[in-house]
Design a protein around this ligand. Sequence first.
Ligand SMILES: Cc1ncc(COP(=O)(O)O)c(C=O)c1O
Length: 436
Amino acid sequence: MSADLPDVRQTRLDNYVDRYAARTKGMTASEIRALFSVASRPEVVSLAGGMPNIAGLPLDVVGSAVRDLVVDNGAVAMQYGSGQGDPRLRDQICDVMRLEGIEAHPDDVVVTVGSQQAVDLVTRVFCDPGDVVICEAPSYVGALGVFRAYQCEVVHVAMDDDGVQPEALEQAIQDVRAAGKKIKFFYTIPNFHNPAGVSLSAERRHKVLEICARADLLVLEDNPYGLLGFEGDPYRALRADNREGVIYLGSFSKTFAPGFRVGWAVAPHAVREKLVLAQESATLCPPVFSQLAVSSYLSRHDWLGQVKQFQEMYRERRDAMLAALAEKMPAATTWTRPGGGFYVWLTLPESLDAKAMLPRAVTARVAYVPGTAFFADGFGSQCMRLSYCHPTPERITEGVARLAAVINEELELRQTFGPLKPGAGRDYDAPGPELS
Ligand SMILES: Cc1ncc(COP(=O)(O)O)c(C=O)c1O
C-alpha cells in the first residue's frame, strides 16, 4: 500500500465510540442512505430527493450581482458581520413576510444559516433533554434530527387533508402534561407540508392558535414553501395573528437558491435576544457574503417574477404526478393532493411496507423515501414521500408507472405469502440534503 493512502482496515472501526456524547446516539446514517447512492444513478427515476429545482434561475443576473458585490463592496462582504444579520436584508425580509400578512420590524428578525439552523437555535434555546416537542405526524426529517440531537421527546399529532387535527393537538397537550412532562413548543409546517403535501386550512389556523394560546404553548411555524402555492394568494401566516405566541421561520432556499444558506427567524423580543446569543456562539455571525448576495438579488431582480416561474414549473410536475398516480396506482392506494410545494404523501394498501419494498423499487429503477423516516417513533411504514420537484414531467410519469408495477408485484406476493411481520422499528437517520 502506498505510504500516503490511508489504510482502509484502520478506518473501518470507530475507535471513539465510547467517548461520544449521549446526544450523538441518534446521529446515524440508515441503510436508506446506502440505497440513495444507487438512486442517484441516471437510470433511476428519483422521486426521493427534495432539493429545489433551480435550473430556471437567471445565473447571469446572480453572477453580475455577485461580481458587483465583490468589486464594489468586497471589503464589507468578506468581513465578519452582525450576529443578528445584515440590517438591509432584515428589512427586505420584512417585505417578503408582508406577503403572508406578517407585520414585523427588522429588529425582530434573526438571519440564520438556512431555516435549518433556525430550528437548531430555537431548540438549543428552549429544550433540555427529556423535554417534549409536539410535531405533526409525519414531520420534516431535518427537524426530527435536531430534536433528537437535543435529546427531546417527540410526540406526533395526527393530520388529515386540512393539516393537523386540532382535537388531536389538544388531546396530546393534555396527555403529555398529565404524564408530568414539559412541552416546549408545537413544531408545525402549515403550508405545503414536507412530507405530507397538505396545508392547514384557514379555519384550523384559528383553532390551532386558540388551543396553543389557551395551553400557553409556543408555536414554531416553519414555512419554507409558503410562496410556492399553485393557486391564489399565499396563506396567512400563523405569526400574522399572534406575535407573542409564534416563532416564525422563513428561508430563501426554495424561492431563490439553497446554496446561499440564508434563512431567518422572527421571534418575540426576548426570544430574539437569546437566538442572537445562540447564533453568535454557533457561528459568530451568519455569512455576510451570502446575505449581501441575497439582498442584492432581491433588490436588482424581479424575484417575485422568478417565484412565479418556479410555481409554474412545480405545478406542471405536480400535475404530471397526480395524473400518473390516478392512472396507475392500484385500488386501496391513497395519496395527498398538494396545492403547492414539492411533495405527495402516499399510503400503500394495508399489507405493504414501504421500507421493505424500497430495494425492489430501486431495482425497478424508481426511488422514494419510506414514511418511517418522517416519524420519531417507528410509524409510517405503510407510507412514502414522493417528490415531484426535480424530474421532468415525462420522467415523473415513467417513475410512477414503475412504482405502480412494483406495488402490484408486492401485492401479489403478499396475497401468496401473507403480510409482512409488523414492527419495522425506529428508522433514525441523520438529516441530510438528499433527504431534505
Ligand atoms: C420543512 C422544512 N424546514 C426547513 C428546511 C430547511 O431549509 P433551509 O435550511 O435550506 O432553509 C427544509 C428543507 O427542505 C424543509 O423542508
